[in-house]
Design a protein around this ligand. Sequence first.
Ligand SMILES: C[S@@+](CC[C@H](N)C(=O)[O-])C[C@H]1O[C@@H](n2cnc3c(N)ncnc32)[C@H](O)[C@@H]1O
Length: 258
Amino acid sequence: MTNPTLNFPTASGHQVLAAAGKKYLRPGGKIATEQLFQWASFNPGETVLELASSFGYSAISLAQRYHVKVLGIEKDPESVACARANIRAAGLENQIEIIEGDIFHLDKIPGKFNYVLAEAILTMQSPQGKAKVLAEIRNRLKPGGKFLSHELLARNKEAEIRADLAKVIRVNSTPLSEANWIDALSTAKLQVQEHLTGSMNLLNLKRILQEEGLLNTMQILWNILTQQSIRKRVLEMRHVFHKYRHELGYIIMCAVAE
Ligand SMILES: C[S@@+](CC[C@H](N)C(=O)[O-])C[C@H]1O[C@@H](n2cnc3c(N)ncnc32)[C@H](O)[C@@H]1O
């Protein structure tokens, strides 16, 4: 249901899409996440630190399918509460912990991890912010640990896209080109071993149906049709995504700590 407390004119794009009922808030969707998981080749009992764990869907999928232990960090208290409820409902409290925290304070998290997963969160950081978080991700990985990254790609027109995206998603979104993403990781001593790019389908109906299922897609469409505040924001975002349909995409990268 629509979030009565959300200030729709100023809310970030992902908050508006979440309020519309979308569960997956990443440019390449579940399909891209699936490829990341395959590249990871998790072993039971290994540990994953997930940045921006949102409603906990990736953490639950990881714990259920690969029997890994997940520590998720999420800044938004409502998302944390929702994630904890989803984890309880899945009976995975022994395998997954979600803490309310900031990705800029990763140094406060004890221990090192076999994997760090970050989806649709570094894109929202400035170049300096990306560098700071990537450096700390490097420090949180065990030797030979893997960083699994899924972000928004701007094949070119980076500055123009940044300006237009900022207007419609209301956060400082700075997607990079393929070369610049790989460069940002290697500057942080995260050697990209595998990477893939593809088209951005966040608001593509066929993709929403595939990911969210028929019932939830109908709920999302109903919310957009009946809620003027949501519809206005979704159409604004869709307009810019369409304007840059040849430039915007997703990138997934699997990198190893040097
Ligand atoms: C675009 S959503 C992506 C969520 C999830 N990773 C996914 O792929 O569906 C970004 C998430 O990052 C969270 N977030 C934004 N800034 C953060 C920060 N500084 N520290 C922790 N979480 C943050 C937001 O609350 C939101 O849940």
